[in-house]
Design a protein. Sequence first.
Length: 294
Amino acid sequence: MNNNEKISRKSFIKASAFALAVPMLSKFSWETKATSKIGLQLYTLRNDISKDLVGTLKKVAAIGYKEVELFGYSNGKFFGKTPKEFKKILNDLGLDPVSGHYGAGVENKTAVGTLSKGWQQAIDDAAEIGQKYAVCAYLTDSERKTIDQYKGYVDLFNKSGEIAKKAGLQFGYHNHDFEFKKIDGQLPYDVIASADPKLVKLELDLYWIVKAGMDPVDLFKKHPGRFPLWHVKDMDKTDQSFAEVGTGSIDFAKIFAARKTAGLTHFFVEQDVAKRPAIEAIDISFKNVTKMKV
């Protein structure tokens, strides 16, 4: 073997070792990145926030959450703070307000900051604090009695999505379980999903979709790339109540394995009701999600 052959062989061994190492490094980086960006839907802490906004957000950051999804925007303010004031609070704590929840406002015409009233201002304020998504959170009982009402939302959602798009945000819709109960032979969720897929994405609440008896992965396959946001919440094994993530019956490993099909970009831990102090519940969920390395 001459010197050139020795050099070539040495180079080949180095290249082979590097090639083997890259997947391992990529996997590690992916896991680290995923678990460092665990989000929280702040509705979980609504009672705590009503008493002490800044103190509660400090606890959220101390646990390790890096991203938050907001709720309760009204009349140009976030939890009583102007966009400028609230943005500073979040920045100081290292919390990224990725998304926010809003009402449709079809029933309550007096509310300002809904899809039906003051939407442009809501989007402008969302953009000012750095949100990337604006999501319709819920339809009240009177807003969803007929299939024709749902058909009307297709137009409302498309228009809301267009306004959001012009400001650099993505609009979406967050489900519960009622969208999966047929009305006049039609599934309301199918009607909602018929909206323009570029203007209207879908934030899938994993608890509610399972509660409705559906498989999230099947939905991902039906609407690939449509689900950039998820709500990660668990279901108690005995009574199907809300549970800390990792303590219940939902198979998160199976669901997260389909994240690429779904088009996942961000997910938020949420627990509508906790059987212990909510701050303790989100701490348990954070630790368990971190262990999952989802």
